[in-house]
Design a protein around this ligand. Structure first.
Ligand code: SF4
Length: 271
């Protein structure tokens, strides 16, 4: 029986892999990493954060087994252009095509359902997502090692990896809730994008420009940052969101954004 751990480059999937290793040993483990970037694409803001690769390379060997590194060879903005749809909190063609379908094809080509078990990094705070994941991966069997006791917080997992003298992904120290897509995510909320703008403004600019390009290609503006003022829901583009913040800062006015609205991606888990 092979055991496939969906390694994302974040701390959760690493900890899930460690639990698989502790229970069954390393021998049958395959760590499957799906890259949202073309291999050898050196662009600093497209796809994963550079530090994700450092973390992945330094951490996966503690789980052991093999590392399989796959990539569809596209980035998220190419996907949105191809499917002619701007991803958002409800529909995510980016993670569907670049992550879930890529992984599924890879697995189906090599293993029948009775030859493998799949492992996802869903933890005890996200148990509601487990059923959807189970259904999605049928007829393959999926397990969620972090749902079980002893429960671990993200900080516990970061302390765990640091015992091996491997630094946690740098994006966590910068206030990001996940380590996917370089701190960007179409499922992110206002707080998430505020953090990206303040922490990595050049990456925010890159995505802002790509979104404006996409709107031109689609022939319509379909922004996804959701903001509610006086019970009215508005959707802002990255450009509008940034301009609003800059205008308020210039006028010494408090920006009406919900910093606690983080949202963000569970590419494999949020189906
Ligand atoms: S992190 Fe967000 S933007 Fe990136 S692939 Fe996942 S859902 Fe899409």
């Amino acid at each position: 029986m092979k055991r496939i751990v969906f390694l994302s480059g974040g701390i959760g999937s690493w900890a899930a892999g460690m639990r698989v290793m502790q229970k069954y040993g390393s021998e049958d483990i395959i760590n499957l990493f799906t890259d949202t970037k073309k291999k050898n694409d050196g662009h600093p803001h497209r796809g994963e954060d550079q530090d994700l690769y450092r973390f992945l390379n330094e951490s996966w060997e503690y789980i052991g087994g093999d590392l399989e590194w796959i990539s569809v060879g596209k980035h998220i903005w190419q996907v949105f252009e191809e499917v002619r749809y701007m991803g958002n909190t409800r529909i995510d063609p980016c993670s569907r095509i670049l992550k879930r379908e890529a992984a599924r094809k890879w697995i189906e080509k090599r293993f029948s359902p009775d030859e493998v078990t799949l492992y996802l990094g869903i933890d005890w705070t996200e148990e509601h997502r487990a059923k959807k994941c189970r259904d999605y991966w049928k007829p393959y069997h999926v397990e969620f090692p972090l749902i079980n006791e002893p429960y671990l917080s993200k900080e516990d997992m970061c302390i765990w990896i640091e015992k091996y003298e491997v630094n946690r992904p740098r994006l966590y120290n910068m206030g990001f809730s996940h380590n996917n897509c370089g701190g960007f995510c179409v499922k992110g909320g206002q707080g998430h994008f505020y953090n990206l703008l303040k922490q990595i403004p050049e990456r925010y600019s890159y995505h802002e420009a790509k979104q404006e390009e996409l709107f031109l290609i689609l022939g319509k503006r379909v922004p996804f940052i959701r903001r509610t003022i006086d019970k009215q829901i508005n959707y802002l583009s990255l450009k509008e969101f940034r301009e609003q913040i800059e205008k308020d800062e210039l006028n010494n006015k408090e920006t009406l954004i919900d910093i606690m609205d983080i949202g963000g991606c569970g590419c494999f888990n949020d189906i």
